[in-house]
Design a protein around this ligand. Structure first.
Ligand code: MG
Length: 364
């Protein structure tokens, strides 16, 4: 299991429609793909998406980190996965996107060598199918209602509504969406750090007064405002999910210690890969705090890996928000996890099960 080559490149995948949050507007999914080969002929794939507004990593910084890691770990023996992972993380510490892409590829190889689907390699049992919700982009009430009705037609039963622009307009948006979908879907809200403590408390009181059933509110306040989050939490019955406030295990410990959240959104691109994601899930399991498995605007390789991780910890990771591949106009990955509407299916193949990724422009 000696690593003989590491290649990387990019894949630009058009979206079916623009993706809009309180922080950004995007027309394409930008994926950076890693391909690691071993002397025995195994091929492992990894992926990440440069989301500079969130992780601080640009395409250039990810590429620089991958070049550095390439020099360090070619020639290493994957028979000792933990040692290779430690060396990789030490080489590119502080580059969560690059670290995650490398971890996914290395875990893919380790699971293939063990002859197991990644979910099983990670200690999961027989779960092979998951149900994801879908994100409704920020827009006018009319646009968002149209998107929501379209999502119901497509079979989604959980909608994540992007808010966080202006709290008064946000209230109009959610009232309009609730009126339109009724009992047809569960509603989750994501304000992407867009509100103040006062605004969040006022918004959630208004939701409660109108008896609009909302499953949770995601990241109402700026990521560092843990005392504000704790205060909002004391003033509402709507569970608070943190996303941007938790990148790493240490962040998760701080959030739980401060009583700043009811649940935590884990994303591989934030925490630097599969092993840290599992550590966060295990911490939350101990604290009886449910998790969501989420994703950035990533492709089917890394979102597929996230599906394996979620399926490996079903008691803790009870919410699945892995819709990014379904927002794409093309499906370039063959052989891996299958994304079809709300249904995510993990194949009975070893590793991630990927045969081919079309359209990658390899950098070398
Ligand atoms: Mg979020």
């Amino acid at each position: 299991m000696i690593i003989t080559s590491i290649m990387f490149g990019e894949n630009i995948i058009p979206l079916k429609q623009s993706f809009v949050t309180a922080l950004r507007r995007v027309e394409y999914l930008e994926s950076i793909v890693v391909c690691v080969k071993t002397e025995s002929g195994w091929i492992g794939y990894g992926e990440t998406a440069p989301t500079e507004a969130i992780t601080g990593e640009s395409k250039r910084s990810i590429m620089t980190a991958l070049r550095r890691v390439q020099k360090e770990i070619i020639g290493e023996d994957l028979a000792n996965l933990d040692a290779v992972l430690r060396k990789m993380h030490a080489t590119i510490d502080g580059h969560p996107n690059a670290q995650s892409a490398m971890e996914i590829a290395l875990y893919d190889l380790a699971a293939q060598a063990a002859g197991l689907p990644l979910v099983t390699y990670l200690g999961g049992s027989s779960i092979r199918s998951l149900e994801t919700g879908i994100t409704i982009s920020l827009g006018s009430s009319e646009e968002m209602v149209a998107q929501a009705l379209h999502a119901l037609d497509d079979g989604y039963r959980s909608l994540k509504i992007k808010l966080g622009a202006d709290p008064r307009e946000d209230l109009e948006r959610i009232v309009a969406i609730h009126d339109a979908v009724g009992e047809g879907a569960r509603l989750k809200l994501d304000a992407n750090q867009g509100w103040s403590t006062k605004e969040a408390i006022a918004f959630l009181s208004a939701i409660e007064a109108r008896k609009i059933p909302v499953e949770l509110i995601e990241q109402p306040l700026p990521r560092e405002d843990l005392s504000g989050l704790a205060e909002v939490r004391r003033h509402t019955t709507v569970p608070i999910l943190v996303d941007e406030s938790v990148f790493t295990l240490e962040d998760a410990k701080a959030v739980l210690a401060r009583g700043a959240a009811d649940c935590i959104n884990i994303k591989l691109d934030k925490c630097g890969g599969i092993s840290e994601a599992l550590r966060i899930a295990d911490l939350c399991a101990e604290a009886n705090v449910p998790c969501m498995m989420g994703c950035m605007l990533e492709g089917a390789v890394s979102v597929g890996a996230a599906a394996h991780v979620a399926a490996a910890r079903p008691e803790t990771i009870t919410m699945i928000d892995l819709d990014a591949p379904m927002l794409c106009a093309d499906q370039p990955v063959r052989g891996g996890v299958v994304f079809s509407g709300a249904a995510i299916t993990i194949p009975e193949r070893s590793g991630l099960g990927i045969e081919e990724i079309a359209g990658v422009m390899w950098w070398e």
